[in-house]
Design a protein around this ligand. Structure first.
Ligand code: SF4
Length: 892
């Protein structure tokens, strides 16, 4: 078994330059490790993605570190084993399965969280040595429609824009993108530029998101109608003569049929407006603005991609830019914003089931021959493998019998997630590599502990094609190892040691760069030939660099400036597209449309951000955002618990009423797992329909029914240690010095004292304070040990419960003083102190009530004035849209 290379941990005493592991903005960070195992993390002023800025998630990275909850030992079943045994078991399981059933009976399901080096090795292992194209990635779930649209239009998966374009544009159109929460630093950059140059912002989104609130125009289109809206724009541009015919003639093909298709479908503004459910005047304003502005960037994200028509939506957007020649120029172009930190890197190495490495084509014999000879691989599949949803279908019906899941949590994140869990439970061999226990490790046969951010070395590529280093600054805990090492060891155990004899990630990166150079032959955009000679020192000190990186030293050039594309003809293709309704329409039984997405302070399934107290306060519970009219129809009030049911599954969540929600639609965040909340995995509801071209699932459009979840009691517990499951509704929230549990049940509990003592772990010598009003359904108890608060429980028949903030603060004190002890069961200090309310500013923990009070009493009129008064919004700036909303609310 190969040893890990030395030098994984920087020891210079200087801050370590690395990259944030969350979203596709790819912000640079400076990390200073602390003696207690944590680290101080600040934005890297030199990094061209963020110039020193960080959002709330990036700013809290240092608090995600530490060995608590980490997987540290390989295990087979429940049995801890050493690496040799674990590697041997995985290799034997895969070898035996291939011998009995052929290579397509095995599969890998990987992640946009992987570093490029890990991704490269995983793809080489699957396609080159297992002999199957059954390797897909969770990036399938977020941007594969954009990839397919790029390939159709440009002949390759090439993103035309760079971040500077957002600052140089006079009009920015954000489609299906809540950038203020999902790409916060990029959003701050574009808002700063808007302030300076007066550019306009248009947001196209069914929901009034924090991003849409700041827009000059918000178009709350009917869910799924984007193709119609952009076909309408295309037809309008033709009618208004805003067409660059010279560009069309010289650099494109397919424009005549594309124009005809758009005109057929959306021949007038009234027709397009009716189809999109928008006021005609509003749509006309947008069309006019687009037609009259030369420098337009249309940035799109999951709201476009996560659809059964996602590829067509991407094409409809790209068509409008090609029609006007607004591409390959500063401040103009269609711009896919990737969700994950290394979605782009995964695409470079061919991490999707229908790709080969280095932007080569699986279906092209000459491309396969190049890769096969470069890898010296015994065989290479000639047909695409199974895309994510189909892959899990194949697990469910037994075609795939051995599956290795790396750095992702499909039991939470895939559509029809209960079926995914059941499929994995039946699968003959499920191997999971991850950093913590997840809902997916719970159904694994073999679990492998992986190194995580700060412990591993490699590169990631952000949304603008910029490659940045992630650098290690601490060793992995226990026996955790980097993914490239684990995969290479399994490959070696299966007899392929020579092809995977890497002595570190630098060697892998150089191999990847060399292959890209062969594939590009100086003619293609994805080209890292200029990095193929890097030595260890060069890799260690690699500065952020945008590809292409040519052998002659040229780097980061703007794409398509010469109007040349990577299609066989060299011309970009306009693709005629037609509106198709979402796969499943609402009906009488499921009358609402479920839309899923992200919230400001959490990332994916919360395996990392869920460990940080200050990120847990903003939106601590799974929630369903409802339009007040829909809520009223279901008899649901603000803050009540609701049940959402779809034909595929059900979940429970807290109702949040918002007039910004489109009537008939429900928004639910994607983050909560069974590890954190019971019955709150929204993936269980999501329909498994996919885009026929990209295979991307339709996360934005599932018919659902809303019901009031009639609880008999509700309450919360605060405790120093984690508590057992006791309630049908139970949500765990990380606080600074304790855990908070929100609880509710639909069966009355006759007597609370005994279960409360058991829950909080009361010992005979402990102090037990208790208050009960059986008639009123109220119960309160607190457990103290040597005057130290160990836990407390508050239960009520309704939602009249004390604020959690004051009580949670008592866990910071070693001994409760008399006053605190006396007020403990009241749940608040004596006097009339107002609770701070829901935390809005995560950096300085400033609550909604505090903000509203200050805005009113001090007549504050801008986020800057709030910042001066309370510091809120002055660090990462992620809460600025909400501060603006509170100012408006206070004024109203
Ligand atoms: Fe990380 Fe935030 Fe930057 Fe995204 S915007 S890379 S989450 S700091």
């Amino acid at each position: 078994m190969a040893a890990l290379p030395a030098g994984l941990v920087a020891t210079s005493g200087q801050p370590v330059r690395s990259t944030c592991p969350y979203c596709g903005v790819g912000c640079g960070v400076l990390v200073t490790p602390q003696a207690d195992g944590r680290a101080t993390v600040v934005g890297d002023p030199q990094h061209p993605a963020n110039f020193g800025r960080l959002c709330s998630k990036g700013a809290a990275l240092g608090e995600t570190l530490g060995p608590a909850d980490r997987l540290t030992t390989p295990r087979i079943g429940d049995r801890p084993v050493d690496w040799q045994q674990a590697i041997g078991a995985v290799a034997k399981g895969f070898s035996d399965t291939i011998a009995r059933h052929g290579p397509d009976a095995v599969a890998l399901y990987v992640s946009g969280q992987l570093l490029t080096e890990d991704y490269y090795v995983a793809n080489k292992f699957a396609k080159g040595f297992l002999g199957t194209a059954n390797i897909d990635t969770n990036s399938r779930l977020c941007m594969s429609s954009a990839v397919a649209a790029h390939q159709r239009a440009f002949g390759a998966d090439l993103v035309p824009c760079i971040y500077d374009d957002l600052e140089e544009a006079d009009l920015i159109v954000l489609v299906g993108s809540n950038a203020a929460w999902c790409h916060p630093v990029l959003y701050q950059r574009l808002m700063a530029a808007r302030e300076q140059r007066g550019s306009k912002l248009v947001v196209i989104d069914p929901r009034l998101t924090p991003t849409a609130e700041q827009a000059d125009l918000h178009l709350p289109l009917a869910p799924g109608s984007d193709v119609l809206l952009f076909n309408g724009l295309l037809a309008y541009l033709v009618r208004e003569g805003a067409v660059d015919f010279d560009y069309l003639e010289r650099h494109t093909e397919g424009f005549a049929e594309t124009i005809r298709a758009a005109q057929r479908e959306a021949s007038s503004i009234p027709k397009a407006a009716a189809g999109c459910g928008l006021p005609e005047a509003l749509l006309a304003d947008f069309y006019r603005l687009f037609a009259r502005t030369a420098k337009v960037v249309t940035a799109f994200s999951q709201g476009v991609n996560q659809s059964s028509a996602g590829t067509d939506k991407g094409s409809a957007i790209i068509n409008c830019h090609l029609l006007t020649g607004r591409i390959g120029k500063p401040g103009a172009g269609p711009f896919s914003l990737t969700g994950q930190p290394n979605a782009m890197g995964g695409r470079e190495v061919g991490g999707l089931a229908n790709q080969l490495a280095a932007h080569l084509r699986l279906e092209a014999p000459e491309d396969r021959a190049l890769v096969r000879s470069f890898w010296h691989s015994p065989h290479l599949p000639s047909a695409p493998g199974l895309k994510a949803v189909s892959l899990f279908d194949a697990v469910a019906d037994g075609r795939v019998k051995a599956l290795w899941i790396i750095a992702t949590n499909p039991v939470v994140s895939l559509p029809d997630a209960d079926r995914v869990r059941a499929a994995l439970a039946r699968c003959e061999l499920v191997v999971v590599s991850d950093m913590t226990e997840t809902d997916t490790t719970a159904v694994a046969d073999i679990v492998l502990p992986a190194a995580s951010w700060g412990e591993r070395e490699g590169t990631v590529t952000n949304s603008e094609r910029r490659i940045s280093r992630q650098r290690a600054f601490q060793p992995p805990p226990g026996q955790a190892r980097p993914d490239w090492w684990i995969i290479s060891e399994v490959a070696a155990a299966m007899g392929h040691g020579e092809a995977f004899a890497y002595d570190g990630p630098a060697a892998i990166f150089v191999e990847h760069a060399t292959l890209s150079g062969h594939a590009a032959a100086g003619r293609k955009a994805f080209d890292l030939a200029g990095l193929a000679q890097l030595d260890e020192a060069g890799y260690e000190t690699l500065e952020p660099i945008r590809w292409p990186v040519r052998a002659d030293g040229g780097a980061g050039e703007r794409l398509f400036t010469d109007g040349h594309f990577q299609t066989p003809s060299g011309r970009a293709r306009l693709v005629p597209v037609q509106y198709r309704p979402p796969a499943h329409a609402p009906d009488a039984k499921y009358p609402l449309v479920l839309n899923t997405g992200r919230i400001r302070d959490q990332w994916h399934t919360m395996t990392r951000t869920g460990r940080v107290a200050r990120l847990s306060h903003h939106l601590p519970e799974p929630f369903a955002e409802l339009h007040p009219a829909d809520a009223a129809r279901a008899g649901v009030r603000q803050g009540e618990l609701v049940r959402l049911c779809s034909p595929w599954g059900s979940m429970q969540a807290r109702a949040r009423l918002s007039a910004g929600q489109r009537p008939g639609s429900v928004f639910v965040p994607m983050h909560w797992s069974e590890q954190i909340a019971r019955q709150a995995r929204v993936g269980a509801l999501v329909n498994p329909a996919v885009d026929p071209t990209s295979g991307e699932p339709e996360f934005k459009h599932t018919p659902v029914r809303l019901e009031r979840y009639a609880v008999r009691w509700q309450g919360f517990a605060l405790a120093r240690e984690r508590l057992a499951q006791i309630a049908p509704w139970q949500v765990k929230v990380r606080y600074q010095d304790c855990w908070r549990y929100e609880l509710a049940g639909d069966v009355a509990v006759g007597e609370w004292s005994a279960p409360a003592r058991t829950l909080l772990g009361a010992q005979p010598d402990d102090d037990w304070l208790e208050y009960e009003d059986r008639a009123g359904g109220s119960y309160r108890a607190a457990l103290l040990r040597a005057d130290r608060l160990i836990g407390c429980l508050f239960v009520s028949a309704d939602d009249r419960l004390p604020d959690r903030e004051w009580l949670s603060g008592l866990f910071a004190t070693a001994e409760l003083d008399t006053a605190a002890r006396m007020n403990l069961l009241a749940g608040r200090p004596a006097g009339t102190q107002t609770p701070v309310g829901e935390i809005i500013c995560a950096c300085f923990q400033v609550g909604r009530n505090t903000l509203l009070e200050a805005i009113t009493s001090q007549s504050l009129t801008s986020p800057a004035e709030i910042g001066e008064a309370l510091q809120a919004g002055t660090n990462c700036g992620s809460c600025v849209p909400e501060l603006k909303r509170l100012i408006a609310e206070a004024k109203a």
